[in-house]
Design a protein around this ligand. Sequence first.
Ligand SMILES: Cc1cc2nc3c(=O)[nH]c(=O)nc-3n(C[C@H](O)[C@H](O)[C@H](O)COP(=O)(O)O)c2cc1C
Length: 189
Amino acid sequence: MKILGIYGSPREGGNSDLLLEKALQSAKSAGAEVTALRAADLDISGCHECGGCDETGECIVVDDMQKVYPQFDRADAVILATPIFFYGPPAQLKALIDRAQAPWNRRRLSGKQRHASGSGYLIAVGATQGKKLFEGTELMAKYFFDALDMNYGGAILFSSVDEKGTIQNHPDALNQAFGLGQRIGTAEP
Ligand SMILES: Cc1cc2nc3c(=O)[nH]c(=O)nc-3n(C[C@H](O)[C@H](O)[C@H](O)COP(=O)(O)O)c2cc1C
C-alpha cells in the first residue's frame, strides 16, 4: 500500500500536521510505504485556466506541481490534512488542488469510466464550532479525490482547536488518526 500524505497547513508542527504525522506513522508501522509533501514548501502556482489540459490532460505550467503529478499516480491512497481558513483550505493547498484539473481531464480524454483505483481521506481542523465548518472543505476534498480517480474514504474533523499543538490535548483525535493509519496501512492496494 503506497500512501501519499499532503500537509496542507503553512504552520509546521501545527494541529493538522500532528494528526497527519500520527496517521502516517501508524500506516508505516502497519507496513505501508509512506511519502509526504507540504504544499506550502512547494512552488505551485494557481491554475491559469489556460485550457491546455483540456486538450492533452497535461498541465503546461512548469513548477513544482510537475513533481507532484507522478506522486498522485503512484499513490494507492492519499491523506489530505488541512486547517480551515475562512471555511476553506489555505491558499497554498488550494493551488495544488486546483491543478488536479489536469488529471481530471486526462481521465476524461482517455474515455475511461471512473474506476476509483484508490482512496482519499481528509483530516481537517478548525478553531470555531460552526455547524458548517467542514462542509465546503469536505466537498472540495471529495471532488479532488475524484479527479485523482479515488473514492472518498472518510474524514477526521476536529473543531475548537486553535493554538499550535493544542490537538495534543485531544487524545481522541490522535487515536482516530492512529486508527485511520492502521486501517489504510493494512488495506489491500
Ligand atoms: C487565515 C486564517 C483563517 C482562519 N479561518 C478560520 C475559520 O474560518 N474557521 C475556523 O474555525 N478557524 C479558522 N482559523 C483557525 C485555524 O483553522 C486553527 O487555528 C487551526 O487549528 C490551525 O490548524 P494548523 O495548526 O494545522 O494550521 C483560521 C486561521 C487562520 C490563520
